[in-house]
Ligand binder design. Structure first.
Ligand SMILES: Cc1ncc(COP(=O)(O)O)c(C=O)c1O
Length: 380
């Protein structure tokens, strides 16, 4: 068997040409139910439980994340909710302090029987103080949303495993092209496939990929079926199709991201830039565990909310919108948009201020993106 490299896997994993027709792209199986030869004798039973279009996507996701098994969900949040349910109830979690606002909202306001210790992994963490006998897992979002903090996955996994705790990585910002947490010691990987995996801002989806099938496989499959937060066959197809270009898209996101960060870093109207490729605190660990720095960054503008709004309203190529990872450049205001559900006091303590903007650099011509930012910054 040929051992496939990443860019071959994104195109060829999950399916070959269709056995029946020879179609190079797989058919979309819309059927909600499947014929049984006799009761209980079937390949597929009912589409919520398992279906051919989701099977293809899940095999592909497992392959590109270097995992044993993958599970597709109707959104990133549905995947994260499933992880919470996987560990039961009334337990404790250790979570990196800068995470997507929806993750914090789920942990703090929905899963009220889970208590969470938020940890700044940049500081010297005293693990003996924070782990207790109710602790079930460590949640690490890296790069983090929106401050682009980088957590050393290998080191965190080694420490957590010393306490017999699994590490769950949210890999949404890096995508498996740039970072594969399971290869670095993480136990589960969660992604919002709405972002780089989908890549075209036209799918909402999520996934969990696991390293240890025996430990987690059956229970996640049970929850996926029992709760039913599954993607449609059409969305599974669309995602399978999108992932085929993940490598080429990510190469261009990485290239444009580095050039835009370089431009913004030296601009007088920018007081701070958070980007793994320019941030001296994170660059060396990011270089070790990522193969590219991606297209995500956030910046602090040297102005107030009014100035920020002026800047935003003058952008011509960037669209002011939530989400990220699409081919088009997007910009958003975390404090008012993606992280509004986090209490202001916590936002302030993290550094999510009114002058912070998050950019998802697309794959347009980089000169045009720079020109757009330049002319809008001049209006402040
Ligand atoms: C890092 C991260 N994780 C998870 C999610 C949730 O994913 P979804 O919007 O697909 O539910 C998001 C959404 O922005 C995110 O940025």
């Amino acid at each position: 068997m040929v051992k496939k490299k990443f860019s071959t896997k994104v195109i060829h994993s999950g399916h070959g040409s269709d056995n029946e027709t020879g179609a190079v792209m797989p058919p979309i199986h819309l059927s909600s139910t499947f014929k049984q030869n006799k009761p209980g004798d079937f390949q597929y039973e009912y589409a919520r439980t398992k279906n051919p279009s989701r099977d293809i996507l899940e095999k592909l996701l497992a392959s590109i994340e270097s995992g044993k098994q993958a599970f597709a969900f109707s959104s990133g949040m549905a995947a994260i909710n499933t992880v919470c349910d996987l560990f039961g109830e009334n337990y404790h979690v250790i979570c990196s302090d800068d995470v997507y606002g929806g993750t914090r909202r789920l942990f703090d306001k929905v899963k009220t029987n889970i208590d969470v210790t938020y940890v700044d992994f940049d500081t010297n963490v005293n693990w003996d103080d924070i782990v207790n006998d109710r602790t079930k897992f460590v949640w690490a979002e890296t790069p983090s949303n929106p401050l682009m903090k980088i957590i050393d996955i290998k080191n965190t996994a080694e420490i957590a495993h010393g306490f017999k705790l699994p590490v769950i990585c949210d890999n949404t910002f890096a995508s498996p092209y740039n970072q594969r947490p399971l290869e670095l010691g993480a136990d589960l990987v969660v992604s919002s496939s709405t972002k780089y995996l989908g890549g075209h801002s036209d799918i909402v989806g999520g996934s969990i990929v696991i390293k240890d099938q025996d430990l987690y496989g059956e229970k996640i499959a049970y929850l996926q079926n029992a709760v039913g937060a599954i993607p449609s066959p059409f969305d599974c197809y669309l995602l399978t199709r999108s992932i085929k270009t993940l490598s080429v898209r990510m190469q261009k996101h990485n290239e444009n991201g580095e050039k835009i960060a370089g431009f913004l870093e030296s601009h007088p109207k920018i007081t701070k830039i958070h980007y793994p490729g320019t941030d001296q605190k994170y660059k060396s660990i990011a270089s070790k565990q990522m193969s590219g720095f991606g297209g995500m960054m956030s910046v602090v503008l040297d102005t107030n909310l009014e100035g920020v709004n002026t800047f935003l309203s003058n952008l011509k190529i960037f669209t002011l919108a939530e989400s990220l990872g699409g081919v088009e450049s997007l910009i958003e205001h975390p404090a008012i948009m993606t992280h509004a559900s986090i209490d202001k006091k916590i936002r302030d303590s993290l550094g999510i201020s009114d002058s912070l903007l998050r950019l998802s650099v697309g794959i347009e011509d980089v000169e045009d993106i720079i020109e757009d930012l330049k002319q809008a910054l001049e209006t402040i």
